[in-house]
Design a protein around this ligand. Structure first.
Ligand code: PLP
Length: 453
């Protein structure tokens, strides 16, 4: 028998108990009691004891417009009253409006969208379409990348979670333009090395692989989960040129970096590069209803008028998701969110750089817009990482201690290896940015204990 609803509302302890007993949590050993969240507004959320936390992560870097944005909430309610679901082949106002809006905000000739329920499914469809369109099989993907947790997307992923995937067919790896850790670029040369300039490294790989066998290159325009790595100017253009030379499609995964996060509508706008396929999700509707999108260029859209699209989902173009996406894009425009993200990002990066100077454990502060990484080191000169790559448990203790301290002070953060990712909602208030900086300044004293002065 289900518990009586009145009992559920009055007793919050059962939530943790049921979570432990009956719920499987992503990427975790099970059995940990969770923090129970009872409300959220703007950049803040509150737990069942009434404690408030500033969300410096936007949860999973998806709440670009913060918690409970009224325009998105109303749009979902109105759509639910009108039409909760209709099959993907039917015409629907929310679906058509979102597809048209995406064609407007995306760069160049990107014009036609397949909707999914998230980033992984959008990447799966992008890669499958690239293979059908080109008639080739191989995909070039990078090491410091995360593309999602379904079989194909995890196979594209370069971070250690790819070991959990069944062996991916036809994925070829390339290195990342990680200048801070690149042995050639970090020794004082002014121009990026062949790897960090992109094209020469890709050309060399293609020489061995045979470009005629490669369907697509897939990249995060700015690396997210794996350390907020911003490519040097010219990198994306040079990858684009090599792709064009060999008839290879360029797929940009902007599931995290897109929709205003980097201070432009899309991160590729920073370098005026237009991909053949752009993948978005997360910030597209601030994640209020599961939504992902794969948007293709005009030549691919035209090809699809003569060739069948090789994919489909029961929830492709779900009206509730599309209505929330329309509301999110309209609010982003009306509230000047992209510009605000650029300005807040400049302010936050410059404050973090100043704070970092006082802390020997801070090696690098980097990012664009509100897509910011702080990289921690044992020694600034040698750049030895504060914790090893993919460290967990005791090995990650210096980073975990800092994140835990911040949480106790009311600041919600996340880190991967030795990089702290700072990705607050794009409409965050200046006073909240200042609160976050004050807590970080104190939290970095903990990481300093493990660094050489
Ligand atoms: N691509 C990137 C760049 C991501 O950051 C993520 C998720 O974090 C994904 C794809 C997968 O998205 P989803 O979890 O919605 O499947």
């Amino acid at each position: 028998m289900p518990r009586p609803q009145a009992e559920l509302a009055n007793d919050l302890s059962w939530i943790q108990e049921a979570h432990v007993q009956h719920y499987i949590q992503s990427w975790s050993v099970q059995g940990q009691k969770p923090l129970v969240i009872t409300s959220a507004q703007g950049s803040w959320f509150s737990d069942s004891t009434g404690r408030r936390y500033l969300d410096f992560q936007s949860q999973l870097v998806n709440l670009n417009l913060g918690h409970q944005h009224p325009a998105i909430v109303s749009a979902i309610k109105e759509q639910a009253e009108k039409l909760c679901y209709i099959g993907p082949a039917m015409g629907n106002d929310a679906r058509s409006e979102l597809a048209e809006l995406i064609a407007e905000i995306t760069p160049g000739d990107l014009c036609s969208t397949f909707f999914t329920t998230g980033g992984a499914a959008a990447n799966e469809n992008a890669v499958r379409l690239a293979r059908h369109y080109t008639g080739r099989q191989k995909i070039v993907a990078r090491y410091r990348s995360y593309h999602g947790a379904t079989a194909g997307a995890l196979g594209l992923t370069g971070d250690p979670r790819h070991h959990l995937a069944t062996l991916p067919g036809g994925v070829v790896r390339m290195f990342d333009p990680y200048q801070y850790r690149c042995s050639a670029c970090s020794t004082g040369r002014t121009d990026p090395c062949p790897i960090c300039s992109g094209g020469p490294h890709l050309e060399e790989i293609l020489m061995y692989e045979d470009p005629n066998t490669v369907a697509a290159v897939i990249l995060e325009s700015i690396v997210g989960t794996n350390g907020i790595i911003v490519p040097p100017d010219g990198y994306l253009q040079s990858i684009r040129e090599v792709c064009d030379r060999h008839g290879i499609l360029l797929i940009l995964d902007e599931v995290m970096a897109g929709c205003g996060r980097s201070g432009k509508w899309f991160a590729c706008n920073h370098w005026d590069v237009v991909p053949d396929i752009l993948v978005t999700a997360k910030g597209l509707n601030s994640g209020y209803v599961p939504l992902g999108a794969m948007t293709v260029s005009r030549p691919i859209a035209d090809w699809l008028k003569k060739n069948k699209f090789p994919g489909g989902l029961t929830y492709a173009g779900h009206p509730l998701a599309c209505a929330s996406g329309v509301a999110a894009i309209r609010a982003t425009i009306e509230e000047n969110i992209v510009q605000r993200a650029a300005e807040s990002g400049e302010y936050l990066i410059s404050r973090l750089k100043k704070i970092g100077e006082r802390h020997p454990s801070v090696g690098d502060v980097r990012g664009k817009g509100l897509f910011i990484g702080v990289e921690f080191v044992k020694n600034r000169k040698t750049r030895e990482p504060l914790v090893p790559f993919n460290a967990t448990g005791e090995k990650a203790a210096p980073m975990s201690a800092m994140v835990k301290f911040a949480m106790e002070q009311g600041l919600y953060l996340s880190s991967f290896s030795n990089v702290l990712r700072i990705t607050p909602p794009l409409n965050i208030l200046r006073e909240d940015l200042d609160f976050g900086c004050e807590v970080l300044d104190r939290a970095f004293e903990l990481t300093d204990r493990y660094a050489e002065a």
